[in-house]
Design a protein around this ligand. Structure first.
Ligand code: AMP
Ligand code: GLY
Length: 424
């Protein structure tokens, strides 16, 4: 098979790595890819939103399967474009990717089908949102821009004043662009966050091992929200009892709800969950692998990813026995100091050769480029260093040791990825 992966981050590197392990695959392309992906795939200089040229490329190269890694093209309808051209493609169609593309849609879906989530209201006008806030007694309160906002469209406001300013930021100043044409205001929940990703074939849903992300830039969950500074898998807080509840009340119900709406979901459904004192509830849905959740979940998956994805597209996922290794993985993101605000790039990265032929260790590239034969930093999140271990503590020790193998000017990382596991 010839496979094309669309995207350019650490998540896509983890997908390409897994695809490269499939005996069914002879050739991998990645558009646009990055310097690390280039070691496993032929990178093609077409951007993820350039549907026309991606379709033309897939036709010309007779690509057997295209895998979409990123949210923007999915929400924009890339799967429909590929299907219209008679091409096989893995990911939800536009009418299903809306589960990530519109928070108002996903909240209304959960309300209609009785899927546990925080109480909320939706607003299309700033003055109505502000009047509503003035009737609220409970703070903090959570404001969410409706559309895609690079994971940054969520504001947690501690006072009425802050919340009113938040409405202004989202709906009037349009800090997140058109994502702020609508907004959701919801109840603040406390508890432990966990991400559960699942393969879906429109009817059946099979969950993968759990993971937890660390979204804030600094140790102790301080600093600004980022795309994710590190992950661990599995989450020890996601117990078999919680899983049993979620299978019935969240995953199965979400699949059935999407089908009932005529929006059969085929692809990866990412459920962001909060384990609250009043039960587990949905924080958000995404329509794709998480970044950097993919970097800890995929290396632990035993199945051939191509077989699983084909079963999703063929509606035969119930026949797949999805299996994960009985171990753990930790991913520590190496970023450019100053991320997510401003940072310098173009620094040479040294030490990557240490990862060659090291079983259970991975340097997934996120923001890197090749310049004059060298690999240099080219983004805020530069690398995701993943290591496996027999348990979470060993995986964490391994990941932090491997994080020291790599050197570049401006290197920044959190030192407490997976620290929560010390509490169990
Ligand atoms: P989301 O993009 O909806 O996952 O929100 C980003 C982050 O904001 C989540 O990972 C949570 O840490 C936080 N968050 C979102 N909604 C809530 C909520 N209702 N209560 C508390 N924290 C929330
Ligand atoms: N790590 C969170 C996300 O990919 O949305």
């Amino acid at each position: 098979m010839k496979v094309l992966v669309v995207g350019s981050g650490g998540r896509e590197h983890a997908i390409v790595q897994k695809v490269s392990e499939s005996p069914k695959v002879d050739k991998i392309y990645c558009a646009p890819g990055n310097a690390g992906i280039a070691e496993l795939a032929e990178c093609v200089n077409i951007q993820a939103m350039d549907f026309e040229n991606l379709v033309a490329f897939a036709k010309k190269e007779t690509i057997d399967l295209t895998i979409i890694g990123m949210d923007d093209p999915l929400v924009g309808g890339i799967v429909d474009e590929f299907e219209a051209a008679g091409l096989r493609v893995f990911g939800p169609r536009k009418n299903a990717a809306i589960i990530e593309g519109s928070k108002a849609f996903s909240k209304d879906l959960m309300k209609k089908y009785n899927i546990p989530t925080a109480a909320y209201e939706t607003f299309e006008h700033a003055d109505a949102a502000i009047r509503y806030l003035e009737t609220q007694a409970q703070f903090p309160i959570v404001l969410k821009a409706d559309g895609l906002a690079l994971g940054k469209g969520v504001l947690i406001c501690n006072t009425l004043e802050e919340a009113k300013n938040g409405v202004k930021t989202i709906m009037l100043d349009k800090q997140f662009g058109n994502a702020g044409n609508k907004m959701v205001i919801e109840e603040f929940m406390t508890g432990r966050e966990v991400s559960v990703l699942a393969y879906c074939d429109g009817t059946h849903i099979k969950t993968m091992t759990s993971a937890q992300d660390h979204k804030r830039a600094k140790d102790g969950d301080q600093g600004l929200n980022t795309g994710g500074m590190g992950t661990f898998s599995p989450s020890p807080f996601y117990t078999p009892e919680i899983d049993a509840f979620c299978q019935k009340e969240i995953y199965e119900k979400t699949m059935a709800a999407m089908k009932a709406e005529g929006r059969d979901f085929v692809g990866i459904l990412f459920c962001g969950l909060m384990i609250t004192p009043n039960g587990t509830k949905v924080l958000e849905y995404n329509a794709r692998f998480g970044d950097p959740e993919a970097q800890v979940v995929l290396p632990r998956m035993k199945n051939d990813i191509i077989e699983v994805m084909e079963a999703c597209m063929d509606g035969t996922l119930d026949q797949i026995d999805l299996q994960f290794e009985d171990n753990a993985a930790v991913c520590v993101v190496l970023a450019s100091d100053g991320y997510p605000v401003s940072y310098q790039k173009g620094f040479e990265i040294k030490g990557l050769e240490r990862f060659r032929d090291q079983d259970g260790y991975y340097a997934f590239h996120a923001g890197t480029a090749r310049k004059d034969g060298k690999i240099v930093t080219n983004g805020g999140r530069v690398l995701g260093i993943t290591a496996k271990g027999d348990d979470l503590k060993q995986a964490r020790d391994n990941a932090y040791r491997a994080a020291e193998w790599v050197e570049f000017d401006n290197k920044y990382m959190r030192h407490d990825i997976g620290k929560a596991i010390d509490e169990v």
